[in-house]
Design a protein. Structure first.
Length: 107
């Protein structure tokens, strides 16, 4: 037995699909804590970009703090080893990225 038609035409089905996709995008932005995109696509989304940059800075700062705690918990032998030196270089690079991003967020 065939299913009853949900939509009268293909156009109605496509419209419903586009609405579901847009609703999913909006939920995704809300889950990330980002403001909605501007209504007119050609307008810049400065508020959204600033919020995303600040969120990225928060995440990178958290990663740096966890890496520092991890490094401090290791033995002196490990800290002075090649792996410790490589880890220190990664932390230094991350610290540089955080400071550069902080300048962009505060500008």
């Amino acid at each position: 037995m065939p299913q009853a038609r949900k939509y009268n035409s293909h156009a109605d089905r496509q419209t419903a699909y586009r609405k579901r996709q847009e609703a999913a995008r909006q939920r995704d932005l809300q889950d990330r804590g980002l403001p909605a995109l501007p209504v007119i696509p050609c307008l810049p989304g400065h508020a959204r970009w600033n919020a995303a940059s600040k969120r990225a800075l928060e995440l990178l700062t958290m990663v740096h703090a966890e890496m520092s705690a991890y490094f401090d918990e290791r033995t002196k032998t490990w800290q002075e080893s090649d792996r410790g030196d490589a880890f220190t270089e990664q932390m230094d690079a991350l610290e540089t990225i955080c400071s550069d991003l902080a300048e962009v967020c505060n500008a």
